[in-house]
Design a protein around this ligand. Structure first.
Ligand code: CDP
Length: 228
């Protein structure tokens, strides 16, 4: 017997969290919630509407005007901001360069966390982000904390962006990942940190399929333990 659980995946930028989470969601027929996409969508809105992110009233107005949804299109998880497909735009450099500043704002976090808790309230869900195991779902039955060598992470992100036709240098990517990790780990509100009961996975030397097999085995173990 197996029981449905909540799986939290946290970790540094470009560690393969979403690849893993999508793989597990598909294999277990679980819902997947990409919480990073939500902070990215808020950031895109702020850029497009020239919102002064230092001013709480402006941020609150922006949050009141923002509707974020996920839809599956051609089998892919796709982010919509106010009914517009923004999946491509939220992964570009202007958003990469500002998202950690926006995600550090408590008003933004409060609104996103509330929505994430609502979307993920049914078991049988996997979420990836920075504060899932510590703040969003501290009672998640399985918590994975992912990390990888910075050179490996930079190389992976370069290939990802190149595949989408974006020209970005290795240096620019490395700088952005380190900048985001620093802000994400040191912010006052819900900093990125490993939950005490998380299992750490360094995937620097693991292939995608090895990582998936390992984490699926961990998931099934927890699902059986919960059923017994
Ligand atoms: O895919 P990548 O690791 O580059 O980033 P992401 O998961 O899409 O998250 C983008 C940014 O959103 C992070 O650098 C954090 O600043 C923020 N974030 C957060 O603060 N809390 C989360 N639960 C998820 C993302």
């Amino acid at each position: 017997m197996e029981k449905k659980i909540t799986i939290a995946v946290d970790g540094f930028a470009s560690c393969g969290k979403s690849t893993l989470a999508k793989g597990i969601a598909k294999a277990l027929d679980y819902a997947y919630i990409d919480t990073g996409a939500m902070y990215r969508a808020v950031t895109l809105y702020c850029i497009e509407n020239e919102v002064n992110i230092k001013d709480d009233a402006s941020i609150q107005n922006a949050l009141d005007a923002i509707d974020i949804r996920f839809k599956t299109i051609d089998g892919k998880n796709t982010t919509f901001l106010n009914d517009k497909n923004v999946e491509e735009d939220i992964r570009k450099m202007p958003v990469n360069n500002l998202v950690s500043e926006v995600a550090a704002i408590s008003l933004v976090r409060r609104a996103m966390v509330r929505q994430q808790q609502e979307m993920g309230k049914e078991k049988g869900v996997i979420l990836d982000g920075r504060d899932i195991g510590t703040v969003v779902f501290p009672d998640a039955e399985l918590k994975l904390f992912m990390t990888a060598n910075i050179n490996v992470r930079t190389q992976r992100r370069l290939l990802e962006l190149q595949a989408k036709g974006q020209t970005v240098s290795l240096e620019e990517i490395a700088k952005n990942l380190q900048h985001r990790d620093h802000i994400d780990s040191t912010r006052a509100d819900s900093p990125l940190k490993q939950a005490d009961d998380a299992i750490v996975i360094d995937n620097s030397n693991l292939s995608e399929s090895e990582q998936l097999a390992m984490c699926l085995a961990l998931s099934k173990l927890r699902m059986r333990e919960e059923a017994s």
